[in-house]
Write a protein that binds this ligand. Structure first.
Ligand SMILES: NC(=O)c1ccc[n+]([C@@H]2O[C@H](COP(=O)([O-])OP(=O)(O)OC[C@H]3O[C@@H](n4cnc5c(N)ncnc54)[C@H](O)[C@@H]3O)[C@@H](O)[C@H]2O)c1
Length: 282
């Protein structure tokens, strides 16, 4: 089946980036969120990011204009019935995603693949909520989506080879590099990355070093482009906490205990870059 129109559920940090790359590659995009203001903000961000690509001569003015025209913002989820493929990129909460997957299963044609950009929630579990578990898969993009090459493609227990191949080929068409991973809490990326970020937070909490010093160690000593605390701010501290909880619940090892400082900062509404304050001020 040829994929022409793609549904993206959730127009936040990741959803707007995913809509951006599909539209830039010539796909029609139905971008869905729960309130008009989230859709307006997403379209503004996409336009700004396309402008940046234009300034850097990565795209032409025609590509920019055509990409923007291909994105249709909607609140009514039933509009996803017209889509040939769906990526869910809503807030990282199991109950919320479960509701969305049950709905998508009702709304979308039975042959359509439903993918999730979840950072850590079980693809097998999401698949089991639908009547098409063979057509449910993880398509995990990285932030910022227009720039990052990797797509972690996650097979749930019931995901078929045909579904996997469709998503792998789609990632290549978006000029991304797909990497195959099996379903397990946090997959590979967050299973390894989040405990690093969490441990950096413990180091700050225990007064071992300031956030700036921890980040300098990683930038200069390990050649990371960004230190772990700046990265945590960039990802969103609420997102980091949600992922640590998935690792803790799913793997049951005390080494995945979220840092108390992280919990306190999220309680305070210090969510990192998006809220103006995290380990740094923005
Ligand atoms: N932030 C990252 O660096 C990153 C990286 C990879 C994957 N992810 C994953 O991507 C997903 C989205 O994360 P984000 O950082 O973009 O979050 P975000 O908070 O920036 O955006 C989430 C969006 O989902 C919308 N939403 C909530 N309920 C919805 C519903 N029922 N229908 C439609 N939209 C709904 C919200 O209004 C919001 O606009 C999560 O699963 C997260 O784990 C995040």
């Amino acid at each position: 089946m040829e994929i022409r129109r793609v549904g993206v559920v959730g127009a936040g940090t990741m959803g707007n980036g995913i809509a951006h790359v599909f539209a830039r590659s010539g796909y029609l995009v139905v971008l869905c969120d729960v309130e008009q203001r989230f859709l307006d903000r997403a379209l503004e961000t996409i336009a700004k990011n396309l402008d940046r690509e234009l300034t850097k001569n990565k795209i032409t003015a025609e590509t920019r204009a055509a990409a923007l025209k291909r994105i249709e913002p909607v609140i009514d989820r039933t509009r996803l019935a017209e889509c040939d493929f769906v990526v869910e990129a809503a807030t990282e909460k199991l109950d919320l995603k479960a509701g969305i997957f049950r709905d998508l299963d009702r709304i979308c044609r039975p042959e359509i693949v439903l993918s999730s950009n979840t950072s850590s929630i079980s693809i097998t579990k999401l698949g089991a909520l639908t009547k098409r578990p063979d057509k449910v898969i993880g398509m995990h993009f990285f932030n910022p989506v227009p720039m990052m090459k990797l797509v972690e493609v996650i097979r749930g227990l019931a995901t078929s080879n045909e579904t996997f191949e469709q998503v792998r080929d789609l990632a290549v068409k978006l000029e991304k590099t797909p990497v195959e991973v099996n379903d397990a809490p946090g997959f590979v990326s967050n299973r390894v990355l989040m405990p690093l970020l969490n441990e950096a937070m413990f180091a700050v909490m225990e007064g071992v070093a300031t956030p700036e010093a921890v980040d300098e160690v990683f930038k200069l000593g390990m050649a990371h482009p960004m230190g772990p605390l700046a990265l945590a701010d960039f990802i969103g501290l609420d997102v980091c906490l949600d992922i640590m909880r998935v690792l803790q619940d799913g793997l049951g090892d005390p080494k995945y205990r979220p840092c108390p400082l992280l919990i306190k900062m999220v309680d305070a509404g210090w969510l990192g870059k998006k809220s103006g304050r995290g380990f740094y001020r923005y």
